[in-house]
Design a protein around this ligand. Sequence first.
Ligand code: NAD
Length: 355
Amino acid sequence: MNTFTHPEFSDHERVVFVNDKPSGLRAIIAVHNTTRGSAMGGCRMWPYDSADAALTDVLRLSRGMTYKNALAGISSGGGKSVIIGNPKTDKTPRLFQAMGEAIASLGGRYIAAEDSGTTPADMAVMAESTQFVAGLDSDTNSGDPSPSTALGVFLSIREAVRFRFNESALTGLRVNIQGLGKVGYELARLLIDEGVAVTASDINDDNCIRANETLGVKIASNSELMNGACEVFAPCALGGVINQWSIPTLNTAIVAGAANNQLLTSDDHQAADRAGILYCPDYLINAGGVIDVYHRRQGASQAIIDRGIADIPDRLRSVLEEAKSRGMSAEAIAQERAEQLISAALLTPKVTEAA
Ligand code: NAD
């Protein structure tokens, strides 16, 4: 199979394979679509089992970023990059400098930010070789967009609960969170502050202990979490968790979380719908981080960032209402809207950053 015939290839504009022997960097950069501007999306570091697994991930993630950025109303296209390696053991300054050089070679078509396995400190090293890095540490901000992502997901959960149960308070609700990393932990904190009973799982024991000891999160195994009765299941770890095997056993009314690409296949949103599960499109509700990073790069005020995040639940509400009135899934409506926004942008000049 080559890239053009890969099942996840979706008219991507550029797919660049990087093999830098001196640093040991092996990476893939996928620019999906720059119709709305330079493609913005995270740089992930993960110990993929194979180059094909990395390619599958980056092709899917970059396409999701095109939709996410369009719906978020920012002048950015969609892209993503993946570094094949273990973030715990394989990081070196030379590796991230080489990644910066590879990004620079795209001349502004792609702007990276931190993602799973990378940090603002890694972005700072990449920024030594390229200007096309966002989410940097500054005097006023840690550079980590995760709190903004968690806030957008939290506000979206509140909106989905209001829509589904006609209930504006979250007190007494049960939310099961998969993944207690940067976003999952912060989401748990926001929910617990509102009186929600949070149960969570994580493969990292330290993260479980921290959330249990500091927030009182109840810890469960992954299977207990995914089959356990709750009002909201919030995937905040990995993609593909909503699929033909999990849907029949999920015991939740709503799925709303931060993880990218929660649906394993493009049919799974319909299956969730048929099972009576309200699936909130991941790229719609987890856009807080990219809104944060984009506006900070533009030098915008905190008030503009706050407004951008506050718009997320309003957008979700509008998508859910249209889905209900047309008898379609929220995912189908969100896709339709994103594609309309991208088509509309074809008629206007694009704003790509130049080297
Ligand atoms: P993270 O790496 O900090 O946290 C992920 C957590 O999930 C880790 O604690 C990890 O141990 C855990 N995990 C991994 N595999 C697991 C499994 N099989 N079962 C249970 N737990 C597992 O990442 P994050 O920044 O918190 O992001 C979480 C998800 O949200 C990712 O899919 C990411 O792409 C997505 N996302 C993050 C942001 C952001 O601003 N950080 C923005 C948009 C989307």
